[in-house]
Ligand binder design. Structure first.
Ligand SMILES: [Zn+2]
Length: 494
């Protein structure tokens, strides 16, 4: 509602209002000028322009310029001497004293203790031209070079850690090259240190000077590091320990929860591996002949059972010339990138018939299962029983009287009855032929659920636990024969 603010008559500021609107456009009189000078700070820019102004500017500019010219020719300065040696002219003593402080601080940090320059620094006043003077950094460098405990050397650092210093940088370069050398051959296209390695000219304490052999010892020293290892098919605990230069007890100590007798493929073990302080990664460009793996083609076959396969055409690997870049870490291959392949002989694909016919339940799966679950009171092998030393042909598994005994796999019952003659000791027992070379026997039963000629499936109850025949308690004597020979059932059970 404040319409006054919008009125142009009232919109002028206080400065322009004081001068009056029309006065701004007439030639100013002397009185005007004097009044203007008196209230200079109250005038706006336009009104301060009077006829006298150019002259004032010229005089002022000339005096500033002449002062600058004279000042640049000669000025106060000091001749600096260190222990009587004249270094040159500097502009101020303070700048030299600040340089001394910096030198002492830097020397102190290099040496690890506070340091005071012993040199006698003196100053002689002199007028000099600017270009005659030396930069104070020149004084600083001179003072630094006077410190006997600190010297400019070639310093070797690995991963930021000081390894040592040498007077001759070539000695360090040779040392580094000799550490790479064992991993370099005619095919090597690059050899690099894994850790950042820096050789630089630096001021260091003279105590950092080391002979090359002690630096080599530090760089090639091994540290034992823990690494993960994945168990491959066919490997044993002792084999893994052996191939990694470890004792069984060491490997066991690193893997307390691992059953050394039951390693599984794909299981992860912790190994201890020697890793050099400075690692070398090399890349070799290799050309070599190698196999081209054959492919496998599957052909469905309705005359064969599911899970059964038959090779119709055996695959044959081809041959190719490969060109590859192989990356090694301390000589151990890490990765292989094949850049080109030139096939010399094409592989022959393997053709495999794969059964699609539904498998009857009473057919063997090929994998035995436990007939009952219980405590093993007698294992397979020689034992002393009933006062004589004899061979035990199976596993004795305890069970409560009447507990069901399951067929270990599918197959055909070839015997179910009470043992007589030399088989008297079996009591009531069952023999299943799994028709794959394997037979299983279940003895000392209290009752039998099957008869000879029956087909049974895996897991089917074929008998019940008892203590018939030569037995001192309820259990199942479980026996496995492979091609007519009794074997340790343990090796066929999960
Ligand atoms: Zn037995």
């Amino acid at each position: 509602m404040d319409e006054i603010l919008l009125d142009p008559e009232h919109s002028r500021g206080p400065l322009s209002a004081a001068a009056g609107g029309a006065a701004r456009f007439r030639i100013p009189s002397w009185q005007d000028i004097q009044a203007g000078l008196r209230s200079l700070s109250h005038h706006d820019l336009w009104e301060r322009r009077s006829p006298l102004d150019p002259l004032i500017y010229v005089v002022a500019a000339l005096s500033v310029a002449s002062a600058a010219v004279l000042g640049s020719l000669y000025g106060p300065s000091y001749e600096v001497s260190v222990d009587g040696v004249e270094l040159g002219l500097v502009q101020s003593r303070q700048s030299v004293e600040a340089a001394i402080d910096r030198v002492e601080a830097r020397a102190g940090s290099i040496l690890g203790h506070s340091y005071t320059l012993e040199q006698d620094v003196s100053y002689q006043f002199a007028l000099s031209q600017r270009e005659e003077r030396i930069p104070v950094t020149q004084v600083e460098t001179y003072l630094f070079d006077q410190i006997g405990e600190v010297m400019k050397t070639s310093v070797l650092t690995v991963n930021g850690e000081l390894i040592g210093a040498a007077d001759d940088p070539a000695a360090l370069d040779e040392l580094l090259a000799s550490i790479k050398a064992p991993y370099v051959n005619a095919n090597t296209i690059s050899a690099e240190f894994v850790q950042p390695v820096v050789v630089s000219k630096e001021y260091t304490s003279t105590s950092a000077l080391k002979d090359v052999e002690s630096m080599r010892a530090a760089l090639t020293a091994n540290s034992m590091e823990r690494v993960d290892y994945t168990v491959q098919a066919g490997e044993t605990f002792s084999g893994i320990a052996n191939s990694h230069g470890m004792l069984m007890s060491e490997l066991q100590a690193l893997n307390p929860g691992v059953d050394v007798n039951r390693l599984m493929v794909g299981q992860t073990l912790t190994l201890s591996q020697a890793v050099p302080f400075l690692s070398v990664q090399t890349v070799d460009a290799l050309t070599y002949d190698g196999p081209v793996p054959f492919t496998v083609e599957e052909v469905p076959d309705s005359s064969m059972y599911q899970g059964d396969t038959k090779i119709l055409t055996a695959g044959v690997d081809g041959l190719a010339t490969y060109s590859a870049n192989v990356t090694y870490l301390n000589g151990v291959e890490q990765s292989r990138v094949i850049n080109s392949t030139s096939v010399l002989a094409q592989p022959v694909p393997q053709v495999v018939a794969v059964g699609t016919k539904e498998r009857p339940r009473t057919m063997a799966t090929g994998n035995l299962k436990w007939p009952i679950y219980g405590r093993i009171t007698s294992g397979y092998g020689y034992r002393s029983i009933f006062g004589s030393y004899s061979f035990h042909t199976g596993l004795d598994i305890t069970g409560s009287y009447g507990a069901p005994i399951a067929a270990s796999d599918g197959g055909r019952v070839i015997y179910a009855g009470t043992g007589s003659g030399s088989y008297w000791s079996y009591g009531k027992y069952v023999v299943i032929d799994h028709e794959n070379g394997i037979q299983t026997i279940y003895a000392h039963c209290s009752s039998l659920n099957v008869k000879a000629g029956d087909r049974v499936y895996q897991g089917q109850t074929i008998a019940r636990v008892g203590s018939t025949g030569r037995s001192t308690g309820n259990h199942c004597h479980f026996q496995v024969k492979v091609n007519g020979t009794t074997v340790n059932p343990y090796n066929y059970l999960p």
